[in-house]
Design a protein around this ligand. Structure first.
Ligand code: SAH
Ligand code: TMP
Ligand code: ZN
Length: 406
């Protein structure tokens, strides 16, 4: 039994993935002995429908000056955030001198479009190394964690915001009530908060359990997000499904009564009722599907190893940490993981210590199989890797189900 971080009622954990390291803590051999592990466990709340981690490691262990995730490593995501910025500029900020804030602004992948258009902006990004990349691009950034206290300081210094944005960051923040209270203070009377995160409905439908790792404290639905903001006299006025990161949902939040509620909102609530997000049966089913997915993948990898096939991981995503450690994928099954991020190269994957090598290593000597840890970027990657397939290379994909693509 645990207490829900959103509604404070008790809830039941429905699954443990066992001991897990920090998903983005790529490490060197001298750090192996002191590697940090915690029990990765998730539960759902029958009262407010929030799915959440039972325990979270301290935020300073995850977000710091050596944070390994740089947003601008995917061309698809670059295009996505250009569209997101464009939507905000054309549809949501009408005042004469608009002010836009983004939390988790990372290397400036989205804010650069506001900066380039001469729009007043502010990034809030606690991981100093990625924040510095944005600052070097001329994007105004504060290196701090966002919360209610910081919201007060911002209002005092810069005034209220027309738009408060976030992508793949709200679900990272355990103290969401402080964030929502901050949003209430920060938004102009007709201002909006727009944020997006991986959507619980997609995780259930695709068994994409690798979305579950230390950084993701929450797995949102329209039901749970609505519950949260209602406590702060804010409301969700629109939802827009997004075809990125394996299925995300964008939420538009406003002061209660300030904007009309869209028909998409109503439709999504109805859809979620059929998913059964408050029912133990739904999450029992998810757990069983996860166990099947693990068994299928590990059996295939054992088989390939027995047959002397070379298997290489493609993209050392945060999600891969859950798959590798939960399934028990060892360096004798997966020779190395190819990744384009310099800070990850030459290091070892958290927990199982599979080497991470440069993309050039992959291109220089194709393996028999590439295990697609970056399945959320499949379209972009498959298009780029036609030569691998032409050379006889095969893909192993495990979401939504195990498949070999020849
Ligand atoms: N928005 C980017 C980055 C997502 S990664 C994208 O979608 O690609 C999540 C980012 O949120 C990290 O850079 C992390 O440092 C930052 N972050 C974590 N907690 C935060 C908080 N409380 N306030 C603001 N940013 C936070
Ligand atoms: P993400 O799934 O958490 O966005 O992480 C993407 C990771 O995948 C990042 O480490 C960069 C890597 N990557 C590649 O190595 N090659 C690629 O073509 C793409 C799109 C990503
Ligand atoms: Zn709850």
């Amino acid at each position: 039994m645990s207490n829900c971080l959103i509604c404070a009622n008790t809830y039941e954990p429905f699954m443990s993935f066992g001991q897990m390291p920090i998903a983005n803590a790529f490490l060197s051999p001298e750090q192996f002995p002191s590697e940090y592990f915690f029990e990765l466990q998730v539960g759902f709340c029958p009262t407010c429908a929030m799915v959440q981690l039972v325990t979270q490691p301290d935020r300073e262990m995850i977000f710091h000056e050596n944070y390994a995730f740089f947003s601008s490593t995917s061309a698809r995501m670059e295009a996505h955030f250009m569209e997101f910025a464009d939507l905000v500029i054309k549809g949501y900020i009408q005042s004469a001198d608009p002010f836009v804030i983004e939390i988790g602004s990372n290397d400036g992948i989205m804010l650069q479009h506001f900066a380039n258009s001469g729009i007043r902006h502010l990034g809030i990004e606690p991981s100093a190394n990625v924040a510095q990349v944005a600052i070097d691009k001329g994007i105004q950034t504060i290196t701090r964690f966002f919360d209610e206290q910081l919201a007060r300081e911002i209002v005092e210094e810069y005034g209220q915001a027309d738009a408060f944005l976030g992508a793949n960051v709200m679900c990272h923040i355990p103290y969401l009530h402080s964030v929502a209270a901050g949003v209430k203070i920060l938004l102009k009377p007709d201002g909006v908060m727009i944020f997006e995160d991986p959507y619980l409905g997609d995780i259930i439908e695709k068994t994409s359990y690798d979305q579950i790792y230390d950084e993701h404290a929450f797995y949102f639905s329209v039901a749970s997000v609505s519950y949260l903001f209602e406590q702060h006299d804010l409301e969700v006025v629109d939802v827009q499904p997004q075809n990125v990161h394996g299925g995300s949902m964008r939420y538009v939040i406003a002061h209660q009564g300030a904007h009309p509620v869209s028909s998409a909102m109503v439709a999504q609530h109805v859809k979620e009722d059929t998913l059964g997000l408050r029912s133990a049966e739904t999450f029992d089913g998810l757990r069983k599907n996860i166990e099947h997915s693990r068994d299928a993948l590990i059996n295939l990898l054992r088989n390939l190893k027995q047959n002397g096939k070379r298997v290489v991981g493609y993209a050392a995503t945060s999600k891969s940490t859950t798959v590798i450690n939960y399934c028990g994928i060892t360096p004798d099954m997966v020779e190395y993981i190819s990744d384009t991020t310099p800070i990850k190269q030459g290091k070892f994957s958290p927990g199982m210590h599979i080497p991470v090598r440069s993309y050039e290593t992959f291109k220089a000597n194709y393996p028999d199989y590439a295990l697609l840890f970056g399945w959320n970027h499949a379209e972009e990657i498959m298009a780029k890797e036609q030569p691998f397939r032409s050379a006889g290379g095969k893909w192993v994909v495990y979401v939504p189900k195990l498949q070999i693509l020849e």
